[in-house]
Design a protein around this ligand. Structure first.
Ligand SMILES: [Ca+2]
Ligand SMILES: [Ca+2]
Ligand SMILES: [Ca+2]
Ligand SMILES: [Ca+2]
Length: 536
């Protein structure tokens, strides 16, 4: 049987930065001109202080709150640093220093950040100001964490790229280069991901035909932010696990379902919470759908680049009917749907910037690419920031928040909206929450009976009608709804608790079973809580 090839979604690569000429960004001011902060030695008299200040024609405005330091104003056109130096020569002075500017960490110092309209659109590329994901606003709260792993299933990644290396995933259970599968996961020396095309432990990005695709998507997820070079990812800090499946076949950059499914299986094995999948095309595959369904992850994927309606003509993997898939269309710098982008008000979830996106490319440099391939990693990076901020979020909660936080832009997608990281990070808490508690041990044998307590709480001042379910994730990846759905009202402030007993089958496979409680409504409620039972 023929293997189904899968082609990349990217459109055209333009404007490699090595040849592009950009004005150097203006340097950020370091201190307030004409201002100093000065402290006299404690023993200096008021009269002596006035004399020093007068001799240099300085005015004091105020003593800084809770200190003995003076905020001092210089005469017009005085040289701030020279006067500070002159003051430091005086015996009466303990210190004299400029009034330094400080910057919110939200705005990173990466020199090419100003070109990244998708993160912060000031109209710098001729677009609409604020047609962006509000990354700097979000970064004031959270900018990612290397404890969050995002798998990038693509053409590999230039792992030595200076703007990626520090955010490259390292498998803590594996010792490099000893020829031993230290963590026993079936992959020898899988320290930084895996190459599923060549079946080796080097998932670098070797193919010219693939045109730095994987290195580029990795950079949008998580190029190192605020390191003084290049660009920044949506997540400034993250652990990117490159999984290579794409390779050159004649003029095409392609991958085979067999390799892709292995890679998805590896993500599940390694319990990766988020993956980026900037690829698609070709017919439905049951094996692929099953593989994605088995992962307990948020599977972010591109909607496709055929300008077509996925509701009418499904595009895979975006169109698999799985609730852990988040399909992403592409917008431009004016929040318009990109001409190439697939869409679908029932099957494409959100949009994100995907036209002329600047990111890392091979050769330790930078360049622009366009495609829904470029919008998908914006969403995956945003998911990483959310999870870094709140590690208790489940994949479904991540998906809900990313969708709920979008800016309404009348786009032909489920949410009608474009990703807004800051909104998703600061959503109001769910008015109804659920808590799942194991009554008794969570380490159990097949045939044991477990008791589970479920509590739903309405924190709001109004009655809320919600639907509750209890689901079971098996080690084999099946999700079974084993209680509910129950739909009903919860009065303001009402707390409903119930317990239920379940007996595990006598021949249940060993492994982790997640019991997931969920309350939701169509509008503004979505909350999950998880208890893990270990069957041994
Ligand atoms: Ca903005
Ligand atoms: Ca291993
Ligand atoms: Ca090893
Ligand atoms: Ca950087």
């Amino acid at each position: 049987m023929l293997r189904q090839g899968t082609r990349f979604l990217f459109t055209v690569a333009v404007a490699l930065s090595a040849t592009a000429v950009f004005a150097a960004p203006p340097a950020r001011p370091v201190f307030v001109p004409g201002d100093l902060i000065v402290q006299f030695k404690a023993e200096v008299t008021q009269q002596a202080r006035r004399s020093v200040l007068r001799s240099l024609r300085l005015r004091t405005t105020a003593e800084l709150l809770g200190t003995r330091a003076l905020h001092v104003k210089l005469p017009k056109r005085a040289n701030t640093l020279r006067i500070a130096a002159a003051l430091r020569q005086r015996a009466e002075i303990e210190y004299a220093e400029p009034n330094y500017y400080r910057y919110l960490d939200g705005v990173p110092n990466d020199p090419r950040f100003g070109e990244m309209y998708g993160l912060d659109n000031t109209g710098q590329t001729g677009g609409t100001p604020d047609a962006d994901i509000d990354a700097p606003e979000a970064w004031d709260t959270a900018f990612g964490s290397t404890s969050v792993v995002v798998a990038d299933l693509d053409s590999g990644m230039e792992m030595t790229h200076a703007d990626l290396a520090a955010n490259l995933y390292t498998n803590p259970g594996e010792t490099a280069g000893n020829g031993i599968d230290d963590d026993g996961n079936g992959f020898v020396d899988d320290v930084h991901g895996w190459d599923f095309r060549d079946d080796d432990n080097d998932p670098s990005d070797p193919s010219l035909v693939c045109a730095s695709h994987g290195t580029h998507t990795a950079g949008t997820i998580g190029a190192v932010g605020n390191n003084g070079i290049g660009v920044t990812g949506v997540a400034q800090r993250v652990s990117i696990m490159p999984l290579r499946a794409f390779y050159a076949s004649l003029i095409f950059c392609t991958a085979q379902d067999s390799d892709l499914i292995d890679a998805i299986g590896y993500m599940a094995l390694m319990r990766v919470p988020i993956s980026n999948n900037s690829w698609g095309g070709g017919p439905f595959s049951q094996a692929m759908q099953d593989a994605i369904g088995r992962t307990r992850m948020l599977f972010v994927t591109s909607a496709g680049n055929s300008s077509s309606n996925n509701d009418a003509a499904p595009a895979y993997p975006a169109s698999y009917p799985l609730e852990n898939i988040l399909a992403v269309a592409a917008t431009d710098n004016k929040d318009a749907l990109a001409s190439f982008s697939n869409f679908g008000v029932n099957s494409v979830d959100v949009a994100a910037p995907g036209v002329n996106i600047l990111s890392t490319i091979k050769g330790n440099t930078y360049g622009q690419l366009s495609g829904t391939s470029m919008s998908s990693p914006h969403v995956a990076g945003a998911a990483a920031v959310l999870l870094g901020d709140d590690p208790t979020l489940t994949p479904h909660e991540l998906r809900y928040r990313l969708m709920k936080g979008t800016d309404a832009k009348s786009l032909p997608v489920v949410t009608r909206g474009r990703l807004n990281l800051d909104n998703s990070l600061h959503l109001p808490p769910s008015p109804v929450t659920i808590e799942v508690i194991a009554l008794g041990p969570t380490l159990i044998r097949p045939g044991d009976t477990v008791r589970i307590q479920v509590t739903a709480t309405n924190h709001s001042p109004t009655t809320q009608t919600v639907t509750g379910t209890l689901r079971l994730w098996t080690p084999g990846g099946k999700e079974i709804v084993f209680a509910g759905p129950v739909t009903g009202p919860l009065a303001a402030g009402e707390v409903k608790t119930f317990t239920l007993e379940k007996t595990a089958p006598g021949v249940a496979p060993v492994g982790d079973y997640q019991v997931i409680g969920r309350v939701e409504n169509a509008v503004d409620v979505f909350d999950e809580d998880v208890v893990v039972y270990d069957v041994f």
